[in-house]
Design a protein around this ligand. Sequence first.
Ligand code: NAD
Ligand code: MG
Length: 387
Amino acid sequence: MSDRVRNIAILGSTGSIGRSTLDVIAASNQQLRVVGLTANSRLAQLCEQARQFQPTWIVAANPDRASAFNWSAKPAHAELLLGSAGIEALVARPEVDIVVAAIVGSAGLSGTWAALEAGKTVALANKETLVMAGPQVMQLAREHGAKILPVDSEHSAVFQALEAGRRRDVKRIILTASGGPFRRHTVAQLAQVSVAEALAHPTWDMGPKITVDSATMMNKALEIIEARWLFDLEPDQIEVVVHPQSIVHSFVEFRDGSVLAQLSPPDMKLPIQYALTYPERWDCPSPKLDLATAMSLDFEPPDLDRFPAIGLGHEVARVGGTAGAVLNAANEAAVAGFLGGQLSFTEIVPACRSVLDNHQFEASPTLEKLIELDNWARQEVTRWVCT
Ligand code: NAD
Ligand code: MG
């Protein structure tokens, strides 16, 4: 174990990644300490987490919800901050060593941005940040000497496998995908998928948005784009293979043909912990691979006709510019439309395609432009739903 306690702020502590991060911290023998927690809607749960983990600050991201909430259960010592300004103030505090970016969607951008600007190490679960503004975010991290460590299991696997060789000797990476609950569905069956079916993932237990993204395979599209910026790879160096058991989390192939993989049972505590302890490895509360029990590992190519999101991911990774922000926002709005019953499952990806094709592309946008297009793309999807 390290000789110094690491102080952690968790953005999105009430979500699936946030709760797994707290499990990792609880098992760390006080080597990891919570100094800040943030939540959007589950404020009673936030107070309960604050009672257990004793952070110095808690942030209620939505000021209206915060003012309607009875804070009598908040521990007295925890200072309450509000809104995006509260999140931005928290991540810049000198007491914070590592920021876990676990807010879902483009709402996660501003906190991650503020953390990088303050030169912090960011354990990045919020892939949407890199999809939306990959070059800008990576540039900001370089300018401020901040580190971005991946939490996404595939990117953590690639990050670990990359340590085996020199960057210039990397030929390609292969991201694994579970294929989601509809891996064997026909196009006709996909059109009939219900919200409850889409929310039942076979191998991973995650928040609703990423669970739907996994079912459409848009999650893999977002991960192709995430990998492109995070590892500075050419889009044609990033491939996808379907691996239903979710044991191999990704591969790196070097120029001599050696392929390295990272394996572990599907549980986010391991990649979260590695981002918090890097470059050290500590005992981890996640389940271990049991090779004494018979198992098989299957791999098959993705079906790009039934799951057109993957093609969209490669295309957006190739063109860059404003395309990532538009794809991301269109997808967030389309998934919300599907969960709200206004859009069918098979309309999600075509809605994204249509918004992407109709946007005014710019190759080198400012952050303001990306945020403007994020809003525009959401409205376009709403229009698409209504026509
Ligand atoms: P979730 O829905 O379970 O949790 C989301 C968290 O974000 C909650 O704490 C919520 O309070 C907060 N939040 C939501 N909207 C907000 C807003 N507008 N402002 C501020 N806070 C807000 O999501 P999750 O599954 O934990 O995923 C979080 C992120 O991690 C996503 O970007 C997802 O793609 C990524 N990720 C998740 C997993 C996983 O296993 N769950 C794996 C890899 C990557
Ligand atoms: Mg992933």
